[in-house]
Design a protein. Sequence first.
Length: 88
Amino acid sequence: MKDEYVMGIDNGGTVTKAAIYDRNGSVVSIASKSTRMLTPREFHTERDITELWAANIEVIKKRLSNQGSTPVKSKESPSPDMETVCIW
């Protein structure tokens, strides 16, 4: 397929981003959404997982809606770089 794309999602400390890349690794488009880092006490940080999930959905929808009629294939590959525990 000529126009194949990859979407990367980054849940940083205060921003969630989704970027679409072409086969050459060039950025096609990026969407971002600010998120809160909670600090309940000194040296502790937390994330509101419901807020984080909503931010992911929002940036993914923004990027996919800009792809128009271009087919999008979905393959997921989570890769955390720190210790993460999500409790609902």
